[in-house]
Design a protein. Structure first.
Lengths: 83, 365
């Protein structure tokens, strides 16, 4: 079974689901501890995502970015060609 | 054109306006006072340019809609928190600042890739199309904003270009369009994932999550998790402690009850013992008295008769009874009985005690 790639929105959705389940008080000890563990991982993931868009605006021009990527591709070209 | 027809057309003519008219020739044969004339009689009138553009636009819209090109963009998932946003806009336009203002309002400060392109001349549409394709080719660009301020329909017509709109419809990266004012509707608004009234609004739509609020929500979520984690163990530990105390409490309760019962039993037993002893003593006393009576039976009879004899003897010797029979007792007046004549002479004065009283006497010899 393949795990779908985790996204911020899927993490938030799952986190809300976990907190709803925990708030309901229906979860047993083992399930509670597992959910708390999973929830902490999700909070860390979401916090990292929020940090990634909170460090400071980075503005790039498309033509510069394309030129940079093309330069990178050319530099890496022979290696990938050899491979 | 007759005035009533001109007013009915709703067109406001100005000098230099280009119009498309419909009508027919009018011929006047003339009279004695006026010359004959030939004229073009206008029956309907519309402004040239915009009207044609609108008709073209309506036709193209119908065509793209029939091909189902308005739907694909709208089915694309849009990220709640994109790390990288591409923006297609004019380099010097106000739209650029508006996009930045919208992102700031969301508290978003990620990576922004500007794809500047002319936004209103005849080169605009191919350049915008190219910019969109280039941005969509970058894997890190998660959403694209196309922004341009207001203008006339002719100015905005680049965004109605068929090639551009077909390109947008088929891009795998969601495009958020904000072209012109909210009253203007260009074809890119129809094919894009979302159409917004202003570039600021488009930027906010590109980042649905408010970063500051999301951080606060994460802090709350972390707090809830910590609370549940602590409580899961503590509550159960408390419950276990209660459960472990419960048997001891039950035993203690039973012990106290047993002690109480024991005390009651002892008290009852003591009462019963006293009663029993009391009953026993009475019985014993009766038995003893009977035994005593039985044992003392014959002796008592003899003793009683002896006692009666003694009583009779005592009565016989009672001085009072003797005096009643005529005897007298002589004493010296102080109670010392005089039992001889010598003692009487020596006393000289004596007292004679009779049964009914006494008299004093003097011894003469």
């Amino acid at each position: 079974m393949s795990t779908p790639e985790r996204t911020y929105e899927s993490a938030v959705e799952r986190l809300e689901e976990i907190i709803r389940r925990l708030d309901s008080g229906d979860a047993g000890l083992r399930e509670t501890l597992d959910l708390v563990k999973e929830g902490r991982t999700l909070v860390e993931f979401c916090a990292a995502e929020l940090d990634a868009v909170g460090r400071g605006l980075e503005e790039l021009r498309l033509d510069e970015l394309v030129a940079r990527l093309e330069a990178g591709a050319q530099a890496g070209g022979p290696t990938s060609g050899a491979a | 054109m007759w005035r009533n027809e001109y007013e009915a057309s709703g067109v406001e003519l100005a000098d230099g306006a280009q119009v498309v008219v419909a009508g027919g020739p009018g011929y006047y044969p003339g009279s004695r006072t006026s010359s004959p004339s030939f004229s073009f009689d206008v029956t309907s009138l519309r402004l040239a340019g915009e009207g044609d553009l609108l008709a073209q636009l309506a036709e193209l819209r119908r065509k793209l809609d029939a091909e189902g090109l308005f739907t694909p963009q709208k089915t694309l998932p849009r990220p709640a928190l994109p790390r990288c946003i591409g923006v297609v806009t004019g380099e010097s336009g106000k739209a650029r600042d508006d996009v930045l203002a919208g992102l700031r309002r969301r508290g978003w400060a990620g990576r922004l890739v500007w794809a500047f392109a002319p936004v209103q001349d005849r080169h605009a549409a191919p350049r915008i199309t190219q910019a969109l394709q280039d941005l969509a080719a970058l894997e890190e660009v998660e959403v694209i904003v196309v922004a341009r301020g207001g203008g006339s329909l002719a100015d905005l017509f680049a965004f109605c270009d068929e090639t551009l709109c077909r390109t947008v419809a088929l891009l795998r990266t969601p495009v958020i369009a904000s072209v012109g004012h909210h009253t203007d509707t260009t074809l890119i608004d129809d094919v894009a994932a979302v159409s917004c009234s202003t570039p600021t609004h488009a930027a906010e739509t590109a980042v649905p999550t408010h970063v500051g609020e999301a951080r606060e929500a994460m802090r709350r979520a972390a707090g809830r998790l910590a609370h549940h984690g602590r409580r899961a163990v503590l509550d159960r530990a408390r419950h276990l402690a209660q459960l472990s105390r419960a048997p001891a409490e039950v035993v203690a309760r039973h012990r106290a009850r047993l002690h109480q019962m024991l005390r009651e039993i002892r008290a009852g037993a003591r009462r019963r013992g006293i009663d029993e002893r009391r009953a026993l003593t009475a019985t014993q006393a009766l038995v003893l008295s009977r035994k005593a009576a039985a044992a003392a039976g014959p002796e008592r009879t003899s003793r009683t008769s002896r006692l009666q004899g003694l009583t009779a003897a005592l009565v016989a010797h009672d001085p009072e009874r003797v005096l009643e029979r005529g005897y007298a007792v002589v004493d010296d007046g102080d109670g010392n009985v005089l039992t001889s004549a010598e003692a009487a002479r020596a006393a000289e004065r004596v007292r004679l005690l009779f049964g009914d009283g006494h008299v004093h006497a003097r011894i003469e010899e």
